[in-house]
Design a protein around this ligand. Structure first.
Ligand code: FMN
Length: 342
């Protein structure tokens, strides 16, 4: 890595790093069951920015997880909250109690008053923007930063590729507020490219799953190490009346089970046993349970192996610090070689 490349990288990341309070503007995206105190603190200690995945946690569990993370790092980290959580405002209050500095709101547009509640508590609020129009709306609502995430990503995904979202949103809004690009990033060269397009930083998930510090079950990690990009496929919606947010995961028996689950829920909807909201919640609970079975119990056949297309670039279990150092070296190298060509 040349000094010139690293200096250019630091300069391109300066806005993102300043917003996060980290050395480099690389977020480890919140991953339910995976992003708990050990991985989150390891990422922040290594100079990146860790995020606790609150998922379906109760306020009490989140309280304990934040306290546990604080015991492992003095560096800043954030909390990712799902907007449809029935106790969203209680969770925001728990974050406020711990003076959490950054909250990411995921899973849909933030409900009325949530952005204000976070800002009143003195934290910065970061939201996902699935399209340019919504990015502008969120900017007007006063969010401090945005994440744009493409369909290459692991977990719940939108319909548009990262490369297209980046082209649509960065030229319009990157000068107005910091934007982090997520989805399909496995190497530093790509980080350099998005930074040069105006991104303030990046968010990676899949690349961190096999970190030594990640508590994911050895069988879960092994599945990642074996998989190629084409194994990480998006779930298919089988009933047009039941809008299911697609989930990208490694193909296994659980993929088939999800199709069966959708049929079951669609039938409950037909029979009037549940309304649409309950039907969608059933589906979300299914995912949370299936992901837990794979990540924690190691049931890689029937559980959900949420993974992004960058999974083919995950080739070994290594410490978080090494992953971040590799990404930084690759990004700085790419930037340095462009300067030499200029
Ligand atoms: C196993 C797994 C679980 C995830 N769970 C969540 C989650 O609970 N909340 C969330 O906002 N994003 C979740 N994500 C998305 C990540 O936070 C991140 O944005 C995404 O992984 C970035 O794309 P990449 O996988 O291509 O690096 C998950 C991703 C994976 C791989």
């Amino acid at each position: 890595m040349t000094d010139a490349g690293r200096q250019r990288l630091d300069a391109l990341m300066a806005r993102g790093s300043a917003l996060l309070g980290s050395e480099v503007a690389i977020l480890c995206g919140a991953m339910s069951w995976v992003s708990e105190r050990n991985l989150v603190s390891a990422v922040s200690n290594a100079g990146g920015f860790g995020l606790i995945a609150c998922g379906a946690m109760t306020p009490e569990l989140l309280d304990a997880e934040i306290a546990g993370t604080k015991a492992l790092t003095t560096r800043p980290f954030g909390v990712n909250l799902i907007t449809m959580h029935p106790q969203l405002f209680d969770l925001i209050a728990v974050c406020a109690k711990h003076a959490v500095t950054h909250i990411v709101l995921a899973g849909g547009l933030p409900p009325k008053g949530s952005i204000e509640a976070i800002k009143d508590a003195g934290a910065k609020v970061i939201c996902f923007a699935p399209a340019l129009s919504l990015a502008k709306k969120l900017h007007r609502s006063g969010v401090n930063a945005l994440v744009i995430e493409g369909m290459e990503a692991g977990g719940h995904i939108g319909p548009v590729a990262t490369s297209v979202l980046a082209q649509e949103i960065l030229p319009e809004l990157a000068s107005e507020l910091p934007i982090f690009v997520a989805g399909g990033i496995g190497r530093g060269e790509t980080i350099a490219a998005y930074l040069e397009m105006g991104a303030a930083g990046v968010q990676l998930g899949t690349r961190f799953v096999c970190a030594t510090e990640s508590i994911a079950h050895p069988a879960f990690k092994k599945a990642f190490l074996r998989a190629n990009a084409r194994d990480a496929i998006a779930s298919v919606q089988i009933d047009p009346r039941l809008p299911v947010i697609p989930v990208r995961a490694l193909k296994n028996a659980g993929t088939e089970a999800f199709t069966a689950k959708q049929r079951e829920v669609a039938q409950m909807l037909d029979e009037g046993k549940v309304d649409m909201g309950q039907a969608q919640l059933e589906i979300e609970h299914y995912w949370a349970g299936a992901l837990r079975r794979a990540v924690i119990d190691g049931d890689v056949e029937n559980g959900s192996l949420m993974a992004g297309q960058s999974v083919g670039m995950v080739t070994s279990e290594e410490p978080v610090a090494d992953i971040i150092a590799t990404l930084v070296r690759e990004a700085a190298g790419a930037l340095a070689s462009r300067r030499e060509l200029a």
